[in-house]
Design a protein around this ligand. Structure first.
Ligand SMILES: Cc1ncc(COP(=O)(O)O)c(C=O)c1O
Length: 465
């Protein structure tokens, strides 16, 4: 649906109040914004007129429209949802986890979350807590959530699984710990993608002695390489729906090759389907596990991208023959997950809110991704290039030349733009260089332009342009 003048007015007012647009920032021309949003110029002009009337914007004739330079910087008064105060001793290390700011990858659109519905379901869940639910939580998860998940995964991800195969966990670290402790010993060879999920490689480097990397190209993991060099591996971690971070999809022939490799060598595949729900250019693709006729795939899913990371609820779908050994391992190392949270999530799924939310988010992300791509082309046409993939929650702005992505990310971070340099997601050379940009919390094209412009001068200097 095209936005009306009121929606545009409200978006821009919020951007100014939240400090995304700062006093003195230049706005895009009426013509450009109207064509970007697919609305008549008059619609944008009406929104501008109100904002000028209220003193948020000043019109400077041929020089365009700016945020009123005399406005106090309002950001401190109206903090962005989820922002924490800036730590005074923040360095420029590689973990962005605890930093406030914009463009962080992998965070769902927090402004579009159905908070009212969540509040309602939370109240109901608290009121319905029964005494037996207040003792130790069930080790493999709250039964109604496992049932609702099995239903969802069968319909939406093409899996054919039962609730008995589902193990509710608290996120990636928990999953890795469980999988390694149950299936691998010190001498086992473990494989990871190159490049690959930054946190995953950090964790595995610490936990596994024989860790090897398998290259990824534009069709995903190179399965021929796997067959040639790693017939003896115990486990391989893959992100088939959208590779992390390149966002490419593992091609169908390679999916079959990968499954065949696992069958022949009796290896295990860990399918990390962290954001497989978000495809924009075609229908949602079924997960690799949906093709797993020999039951060699451990499927890993999470609510971090579809609901919120702070929930700390994820899940494994185990091959039938592994259920007992995972349970036995968990008896020693796990304590179960909070029942109340699981109850809320179960009713969110069961009552259909989850499906509706996903549908809404797919459309929203598709729009926000377009905005970010257009803003990148507008601000940095000479510095970055992008390769548009089918989905995901981030884009990669590849450097057209040079290798200075770490310096550039550090510079952007000083402007509270929490992007990650692509090269650090590689272990070996050759590497590719660029910035990984999360676009999901940037509401408009103008916001995207304003954010990208913050470090523009120094970015150009760094790129030698
Ligand atoms: C590649 C990848 N796998 C898995 C996850 C899920 O992590 P968690 O469930 O711990 O939030 C993420 C989240 O950022 C991710 O990027």
């Amino acid at each position: 649906m095209k936005p009306g003048y009121k929606a545009i007015y409200e978006q821009y007012r919020q951007s100014i109040l939240r400090g995304i647009l700062k006093p003195g920032d230049k706005l895009p021309s009426v013509r450009l914004l109207a064509s970007e949003l697919g609305v008549a110029r008059k619609t944008v002009e009406s929104a501008w007129a109100i904002l000028v009337g209220e003193g948020y914007l000043v019109s400077q004739g041929a020089r365009g429209t700016r945020v009123n330079p005399d406005l106090l910087n309002l950001a401190k008064k109206y903090p962005v949802i989820g922002e924490k105060p800036t730590p005074t001793t923040a360095g420029f290390g590689k973990s962005l986890r605890d930093r406030p700011g914009f463009l962080r990858l992998g965070i769902p659109s927090l402004d579009a979350f159905p908070y009212k519905k969540w509040l309602l379901l939370s109240g109901k869940a608290v009121r319905a807590m029964r005494p037996e639910e207040m003792t130790q939580p069930p080790l493999m998860g709250y039964a109604p959530l496992r049932e609702a998940l099995a239903h969802y995964l069968n319909i939406s991800r093409g899996l054919s699984c039962s609730p008995a195969q589902i193990f509710i966990t608290s996120g990636y670290q928990n999953n890795l710990r469980l999988i390694l402790n149950t299936l691998a010993n010190q001498r086992d060879k473990v494989l990871f993608e190159e490049p690959g999920y930054f946190l995953g490689q950090q964790l595995l480097k610490r936990a596994v002695q024989r860790l090897h990397r398998v290259p990824v190209d534009n069709q995903g993991l190179q399965t021929e390489y796997l067959q040639q060099h790693h017939a003896d591996a115990r486990l391989v971690f893959v992100t088939p729906s959208h590779h992390s971070p390149l966002a490419v999809t593992l091609s169908l022939p390679r999916k079959h090759q990968l499954l065949e490799w696992a069958r022949q060598n009796e290896s295990w595949i860990v399918e990390d389907d962290y954001d497989g729900e978000f495809h924009y250019t075609r229908q949602v693709l079924p997960a690799l596990k949906s093709l797993d006729t020999h039951d060699r795939v451990i499927y890993m899913g999470t609510f971090s991208k579809t609901i919120m990371p702070a929930l700390r609820i994820s899940y494994l779908v185990l091959p039938h023959k592994l259920v007992d050994s995972f349970r036995a391992q968990a008896e020693h190392s796990e304590g179960g997950q909070p029942v109340l949270t699981q109850k809320i999530v179960a009713s969110f799924l069961r009552e259909g809110h989850f499906f509706r939310h996903l549908k809404k988010m797919r459309a929203l992300y598709s729009r926000r991704r377009k905005n970010m791509l257009a803003a990148l082309a507008e601000v940095y046409p000479e510095i970055f290039t992008v390769e548009v993939t089918d989905g995901g929650m981030h884009i990669i702005a590849y450097l057209r030349s040079g290798t200075q992505d770490e310096e550039m990310a550090a510079l952007w971070q000083t402007h509270q733009l929490q992007v990650s340099p692509l090269s650090i997601w590689y272990q070996n050379t050759p590497k590719r260089y660029g910035l990984i940009i999360g676009y999901t919390n940037v509401a408009t094209f103008a916001e995207a332009v304003a954010l990208l412009q913050r470090p523009a001068q120094m970015t150009r200097a760094l790129a030698g342009k």
